[in-house]
Design a protein around this ligand. Sequence first.
Ligand code: FEO
Length: 392
Amino acid sequence: MKPRQIVPNVHLIGAVDWDRRLFDALIPLPDGTSYNAYFVQGSEKSVLLDTVDPSMWPTLAAQLDELPAPDYLVIHHVEQDHSGSTPLVLERYPGITIVCNEKAKAMLVDHLHVDDARFHVVADGDTLSLGDKTLTFLFTPWVHWPETMSTWLEADKILFSGDFFGSHFATSDVYAVKEEVYAGAKRYYAEIMMPFAAQVVKNVEKVTQYPIAVIAPSHGPVYDDPSFIIEAYRDWSTGPMQNVVCLPYVTMHDSTRLMVDHLTDALAERSVAVERFDLTTVDLGELASSLVHAGTVVIGTSTVLTGPHPLAANAAFVANALRPRTKYATVIGSYGWAGKTVETLAGMMPKLKVELLEPVLARGLPREADYAALDALADTIAEKHKDLAPRR
Ligand code: FEO
């Protein structure tokens, strides 16, 4: 694609990676992604904001052929999908100066062996004049790494936000269509931002002190209605938890499935929504999205030897890493002769500030008493969820 104008002298460049299906060897990308770079031309100086994943360098290079040589390269975030082509930019423009913060500089030196002499280091709130346009650098740590920062372009009220407010969503559109991007932006928040929800809140409040007409993130479409994504971030990071049970499960011989089915029905009869995920086929992004709003997590697992099934252990590991604001958690499942499933899974989620509800474990095929225990669990969850928000 050719450079696309956002406003006069500000262009979206970069690359849409339509076919990428996995990020960080972990995160599924059902909708592909993009690596957005931007070009700002001032009356005296010009700046390239971020680069692209090195695999897409030829795409960015072809766009740069149509633009003047930039004086500066701003690096918002050192993860390779944005900074990975930095050495190629430096080679192409021997006079260009990298503008970034001290932490980003150290990371660029470590990860890409960038020459120490190529940097102009900025502090939080510093400005850089391009002539008729001025950039203001706002440190926004932990969205997604400690060095992440945003850039505010006062003249056009554009916030270049890096990963912050992004989405793994390949599109030929410049601007977000809200209905299309919401789910992708939410799963992106869940996968990337949720572990740092407290910092997200602070950074949202920090950047919104500045007038913003457009948010231009490093992934996915640009927002010409910033309030849409700003309000979504406020909701995901601080909004009320919902009357939803997130129920990831794995079953080997269907005893656990019978229990999961029974609990699902029991919860539905009590007007509690259930979001179920078969861990043998689950898209981790969908599970993560559910964790953003689910009031309760119930892990359903068979027993392997004396512990949880490895897929259930992985779900617990992921939940612990993502640190959702879920309020309650428990375990259901079946075992053959003995087990430490509950202790093992609970021990794997120390970062979750949850109240543990009474687990339900059946020896072999569940009996009436096990189903009664699941009914009691459903009663407990329905009671605990009385004050939560309805599912949206
Ligand atoms: Fe899109 Fe954290 O990199």
